[in-house]
Structures are given as C-alpha cells and as structure tokens.
Design a protein around this ligand. Structure first.
Ligand SMILES: *Cc1c(COP(=O)(O)O)cnc(C)c1O
Ligand code: SF4
Length: 354
C-alpha cells in the first residue's frame, strides 16, 4: 500500500466510526449534544434583542435543549421557562445566608455517590450531568467530580444498602439520573432489584419536561420489567412546561407501571402566584401526575434573586388550599440541614389575612 492509501484508509475508518456514532446513537443523545450553551443563540431563537451586557458564567454555564426552548414564548424576556435557565448577573452577587452547600450534603456522604440522610431512603447521585442547568439548582456547587460512583463504588453502594435493612427505597438522582444511557441505567436497576428489602426505586428527573425524547422505548421496557415499584418524580415548575409531547410520554410511563409525582420549587418571577400554581396542579393532573412537593428555595449561593419571603410563600399556600382539591395541593416543605425529613412549613405561623 502506498502511503496515501494508508492515510486514506485511516481517514475512512475514522469517518465511518464517526458516522456510526452519529447514526446509531439514539435521538435523545443527539438532542442533548445540540443543547444551546450560549446566551446569544438563545436570544436569537427567541427573537429577543441581545442586551449590551449579559452574564455568561463559565462554571455552571447556560445549558438548555431545543425541546425546552420550543416551549418558551418568543419575544418575552420574562417568560417563566426562560427565567429558569437564563444566567442573571445577580448570581454573581454574594448574599448573606446563601451558601454553596445549604443542605449539608457533604456531611452525609458515607460512600462516594451515596447520600443517606433519611432513615428509610438512600439517594444515589448517579451522574453530575443534567440536560438543563436550572439557575436555582441547590446542587450547582456540589462536587460531583469527587462523588461520581464508578465500578467499585457501585458495588460498595449496593453493599451499603444491602447491609441496612431500614432502607426500603432508593432514589436515583444527580444531576439527572436519566442523563446516563440505557445500558448504564439498566445496570443500576438490575443491581438494586437484587436487594431483597428494597421495595421501591424512585427516579428524580427533569428529563421528561426538558428532553422528552429521553423516554424512549428501551427505557420504558427497562422500567416495565423491573420487579420493584417504580416512582418517577418529575420536576416541573410551570404549566407551560406541559404539552402534548410530555402528555404522551407520561401516558407511556404509566402504561409501564410507573407512578408519577411532581416536585416544584417556589420561584420568584416564575410561579409565585396562586393562579400559576393552580394551573400547574391542574395541568399535571390532566397528564396523570400528582403534585408531591412545593419546595421553599434552598439558600444556595447565586439563587437569592429567586427567593421570596416566607410570609409570602405561606400567603400563597393558604390561597392554594382554598382553591384546589386536597390531592392537588403539593406539600409545602423546606430542607433544613440536620433534620431527618423535609420539614413541612408551619402555615399557622402566619394566619390567613384575606
Ligand atoms: C429529598 C430527599 C429524599 C427523599 O425524601 P422524601 O421526603 O421521601 O421525598 C431522600 N434523600 C435525600 C438526600 C433527599 O434530599
Ligand atoms: S435538573 Fe435538577 S439537578 Fe439538574 S440543574 Fe435542574 S434542578 Fe439541578
């Protein structure tokens, strides 16, 4: 072979390997790879003029897939979906009381990748990656690098859970546990399914709302085949995140035997009024999802501009109680470091005033 032929063959092999990866990787992974990561592109897609100054952090940068951008209203700089993902210059201002580890998770980390704070539940940080970067995320400063479980850790985690019979439920979290591929996800499901005293595997994910194509047939089959109860806790903050595509995915998940719940975070400018939250509960129920938690924002550094006074949160909550069927009212809770559960907010500390 001439030198040129060798070169050509190598080139051809590399090229065909690349095309192979491209054509054989599932759609959701391609969509994930093409998530928008720069503010200028996002503004352009939304027909918004680029401000002369904007914030483009290097750590925890903008990240949002096209499928989620498609649900935002064009031309509206205050769109509630946009506000959840757009870096705000206010993030850079230190605010007293807002810290990098508000939940003290680093102290409940018996094994790399495992957080065991509550007696009967253990949480696994399967991956640090997410399809989206929510600006209020309480784990945005978490040291995933030091906490991602690899082969040996996975065994240790399963041993730890096997040895503690108080644990009856395992949460797959992250990051987003559906950010890993089906093969790796299935390995977790199979390993956990082998532990006799585990009754339920719970998946905390924002994927269905952010990148619905992630709920593919292979994943649905993995979930349907699992002998344990499967609970999926979605994370949706606003009714506009719910569309027909998501509705169909939820139906498929239910057909696979998955129980669907939702958790939201109460966020200033996004969902901090009674009408918005009522609509959210109703839309969730329309697609077969029960509202589970409404979280008071965790005081994580960079998120203070989403926070609202507890008096206001409680005022909204009283109104929700008045307007919604009991099962449509999520539990208003707050994580307080060191408490053995998510703490229900005492709504009686501020009586109804209307
Ligand atoms: C939220 C959370 C759980 C689950 O708590 P539930 O009240 O059962 O939803 C478990 N472990 C950790 C570390 C958590 O943060
Ligand atoms: S999807 Fe969840 S873990 Fe990921 S950035 Fe958003 S809030 Fe944080």
């Amino acid at each position: 072979m001439t030198h040129l032929t060798v070169y050509y063959n190598q080139y051809y092999q590399t090229l065909s390997k690349m095309t192979d990866i491209f054509f054989n990787s599932p759609n959701w992974q391609k969509e994930l790879a093409s998530a928008v990561g720069d503010v200028a592109t996002l503004y352009e897609l939304l027909d918004l003029p680029l401000p002369s100054q904007y914030h483009a952090p290097k750590k925890f940068p903008l990240r949002v897939p096209h499928a989620f951008i498609a649900k935002m209203k064009k031309g509206d700089p205050n769109d509630p979906l946009l506000l959840q993902v757009l870096p705000d210059i206010a993030e850079t201002l230190p605010v007293a009381g807002y810290t990098t580890d508000p939940l003290d998770e680093n102290n409940h980390n018996p094994i790399k990748g495992l957080i065991h704070k509550y007696q009967s539940r253990a949480l696994i940080t399967v991956t640090g990656a997410c399809a989206v970067h929510c600006r209020y995320c309480f784990r945005q400063h978490f040291d995933y690098g030091a906490n991602l479980p690899n082969g040996e850790d996975v065994r240790q985690i399963c041993d730890y859970i096997s040895n503690d019979k108080n644990i009856n439920e395992v949460l797959l979290s992250g990051g987003d546990p559906l950010n890993i591929n089906n093969r790796r996800f299935n390995e977790w499901i199979l390993s956990l399914s082998n532990i006799h005293h585990i009754k339920t595997i719970r998946i905390h994910t924002r994927m269905p709302a952010i990148l619905p194509s992630r709920i593919d047939d292979e994943l649905l089959a993995i979930l349907a085949d699992c002998p344990k109860n499967i609970v999926m806790v979605l994370h949706i903050n606003h009714a506009n995140e719910i569309d027909d595509v998501l509705a169909k995915k939820c139906q498929q998940l239910k057909n696979s035997g998955v129980v669907l719940l939702n958790q939201s975070v109460l966020l200033k400018g996004v969902n901090d009024d009674v009408e918005t939250l009522c609509q959210l509960s109703h839309r969730l129920f329309d697609i077969g999802v029960i509202p589970y938690y409404l979280h008071i924002l965790d005081k994580v550094a960079g998120s203070a501009h989403f926070d609202l006074p507890i008096e206001r949160a409680i005022e909204i909550y009283w109104q929700l109680l008045e307007k919604l069927s009991g099962y449509l009212v999520p539990k208003l809770v707050q994580e307080i470091a060191g408490e053995p559960y998510k703490v229900p907010i005492d709504v009686y500390q501020f009586q109804r005033c209307t």
